[in-house]
Design a protein around this ligand. Structure first.
Ligand SMILES: [Zn+2]
Length: 688
């Protein structure tokens, strides 16, 4: 790949996949927006001129279908959701430079202009195709109005997407055994004239494009088979009222397919930003028509649109192609898919109502796994990450070192930064930069946690509280204040509000959101007041409370939906029963790094104050180990001694409720079904 590293001289545009103006946001939805916000802030931190834009996707059949159910117009239905999203994102510190929507004037005009260009350049042709029609309702059935069987994989598919099977985009007329989603009647196919975009003419271009594309590997790998194999021309019109009118002459009233005008909103939103902020601040035409670095951040279910149709459209209308596509994995909740109809979700509003700081979920979503990996959310895992990393590592370092500095020196002691710490901060800046260039928001976040960890070891190793006042003590504290300042600078993309507070605590001038990475090494302010504790622990009762609320809601919803089984709106973000199998394969060598052993339980007892945890003593052949396992409620502890289990013997030690856990006992699912051996392998036997 031939792109120059960030920061470049070009204007960059970071976009987030448009949220569909069709429902409430849950924390699973936030992953791409949090990722986008962190990425754009990190780019700006490197000095890259950057616009961060998105908007609501107003068109398409799900909006029309749901508006019809509510008896309102699609426009008012979609606008209501749009306003809500626009209000919600800033509460999670997701701050777009511009947030528009696809039905506004800018996008309507720009979309029609681009389609006219496609026509002028000879990329559009007319073709008669079979379109599903409901004779009883006397209505055409575009996209989500029709269901049936996927011709490629045979799974049940809805409209324009095989979302339960192979994931392919489906063209009108392709779905087999069509059934009307409105009446449930069998649909017929009737011939209609539609407009097609000659994507196949751009096959060679797309093959080269995909080789140049940066971002996550799934975005580069997944489209190859479409581009190199079964690439098809693309029907860009629909028989509907709701949408942007096809700009040319047609014999029937046709609107543009939602996936034509949706990505164009990326350009429209950038244009609106320029119109508001001025071309001196950001020049949308330069970014999109001359030399922009365009980075799209999306969910992995819309890779095909962003790596095939969209770059083809950009190419055919003489725009800049995307430099990178970052496609995120899915999010599950306690190992299962989020489900709107079952109310199995942690809603965005609910998270805020519980009083949690946005920084916590931002940190969790950004660093819990690689961006393209699936990530599971549970309140337990959330608590662990917050308590161990944000409170235990970052918060602990900041609070104790700044409090000490304030008490002993009323701020920064008079000393020069040591070479060792200067170099360590320098390394953190490099790791941060590498994170940006590797399209890894996780690395951006982890670079800071590692620095804080270093800070803890540094202060612990030097024990300044034992030193008499003198050069050495001043040196250690001076170094710690610098590390704290570096954390404020480098943690700003992940935790903007917390960074602002820390900046303030450090009595720093200026705007922490506007400084570059180099500010991490600028001399800190000479005096500052007593610091505040940046993060608070989440206790176990709180987690139980949250789980109970979730459980109660799910039960209530399932009682309600049993009578109303067919909630057509259940958007299948993720299949409901089991987590999807991880996309990333690991090598045998990686697997070999896990030391799995057969063990025998010698003793099992509960841990006081913890409802679910048990302290196990196990014999792993070579030694006896103490392991804490979350199985107390699920097994009769007295029956466990003598049972064989499988243990991860080389897991890092952890402390739970003040009890050391040295390894992990393997168990399946929510019921903690313990893994055991089929015959009689002895304790200590390696599992391979
Ligand atoms: Zn399929």
């Amino acid at each position: 790949m031939s792109h120059e590293d960030f920061p470049t001289e070009n204007p960059a545009v970071v976009t987030c996949g448009l949220p569909y103006a069709n429902g409430d946001l849950h924390i699973g939805h936030l992953r791409t927006y949090v990722g986008g916000d962190i990425y754009s802030r990190a780019l700006k931190r490197l000095g890259q001129e950057t616009a961060f834009v998105s908007g609501s996707d107003m068109h398409g059949t799900p909006v029309a279908v749901n508006a019809e159910k509510e008896g309102v117009t699609p426009e008012s239905f979609a606008l209501r959701h749009h306003e809500k999203y626009k209000e919600t994102f800033p509460k999670f510190e997701i701050e777009f430079d511009n947030y528009g929507h696809t039905h506004d004037e800018t996008n309507t005009e720009l979309t029609q202009e681009l389609v006219r260009t496609l026509e002028d350049e000879g990329y559009v042709y007319k073709k008669q195709i079979p379109v599903a029609y409901d004779p009883d309702a006397d209505q055409w059935l575009p996209d989500r109005y029709v269901e049936g069987t996927c011709p490629y994989c045979g799974e049940h598919a809805r409209g324009d997407e095989c979302d339960e099977g192979c994931g392919r985009h489906l063209e009108p007329g392709e779905i087999e055994d069509p059934v009307s989603a409105i009446t449930g009647n069998p649909a017929e196919y009737r011939d209609r004239n539609h407009r097609f975009f000659r994507v196949t003419e751009l096959q060679e271009y797309l093959q080269e494009f995909i080789d140049r594309l940066e971002g996550t590997s799934n975005a580069q790998n997944q489209p190859r088979e479409w581009i190199e194999g079964e690439l098809q021309d693309w029907c860009i019109t629909r028989d509907m009222d709701w949408g942007i009118d096809y700009p040319g002459e047609t014999e029937d009233d046709l609107v543009l397919y939602v996936w034509v005008d949706a990505p164009i909103e990326y350009i429209s939103s950038t244009k609106q930003y320029t119109e508001r902020a001025g071309a001196d601040t950001f020049d949308w035409e330069k970014a999109w028509k001359e030399s922009g670095d365009i980075v799209h951040i999306i969910g992995r279910d819309i890779i095909q649109h962003h790596t095939v149709f969209w770059p083809a459209m950009l190419r055919a209308t003489d725009h800049v192609e995307p430099r990178a596509v970052m496609a995120s994995g899915f999010i599950t909740l306690n190992g299962k898919g989020f489900s709107k109809s079952r109310n199995r979700a942690v809603w965005a509003d609910e998270y805020l109502d519980e009083g949690f700081d946005p920084a916590l979920i931002r940190y969790y979503l950004a660093t819990n796994g690689g961006f393209q990996q699936d990530v599971d959310f549970s309140w337990e895992k959330f608590r662990n990450r917050v308590n161990n990393e944000l409170v235990g590592t970052v918060g602990n370092f900041l609070y104790r070192s700044l409090l000490f500095a304030h008490r002993e020196y009323e701020g920064t002691p008079d000393a020069d930064l040591s070479a060792e710490v200067k170099e360590r901060i320098h390394d953190a800046i490099e790791e941060f930069e590498a994170g940006v260039n590797d399209y890894s928001v996780r690395e951006v976040g982890n670079s800071v946690v590692r620095l804080a960890q270093f800070g803890n070891e540094y202060i612990q190793g030097h024990e300044p509280w034992k030193l008499d006042d003198g050069a050495e003590k001043r040196q250690v504290i001076r170094d710690c204040v610098q590390i704290a300042k570096a954390i404020a600078v480098l943690f700003e993309p992940v935790a903007p509000g917390k960074a602002e507070k820390l900046w303030d605590d450090l009595n720093e001038d200026g705007d922490v959101h506007a400084v570059g990475v180099e500010a991490a090494l600028d001399a800190p302010a000479a005096t500052f007041d007593e610091p505040s504790e940046p993060f608070e622990k989440i206790d176990d009762e709180r987690v139980e409370e949250l789980n109970e609320k979730l459980q109660a809601r799910v039960e209530e919803a399932s009682a309600e939906t049993e009578s109303d089984e067919s909630d057509a709106e259940e958007s299948a973000d993720v299949t409901d029963e089991h987590e999807p199998v991880l996309e990333d394969r690991i090598g045998f060598e990686e697997f070999q790094e896990l030391d799995l052993r057969v063990a025998e339980i010698i003793d099992a007892e509960g841990i006081e104050g913890a409802d679910k945890l048990a302290k196990l003593t196990v014999d792993i052949g070579v030694e006896e180990r103490q392991i804490v396992a979350g199985i107390k409620q699920l097994h009769d502890l007295d029956e466990l001694p003598g049972k064989k289990v499988i243990v991860v013997a080389n897991l890092e030690k952890a402390e739970l409720f003040g009890v050391e856990s040295n390894g992990m006992v393997l168990a399946a699912g929510d019921q903690a079904d313990l893994l055991t051996t089929y015959e009689d392998a002895e304790p200590g036997t390696r599992v391979q």
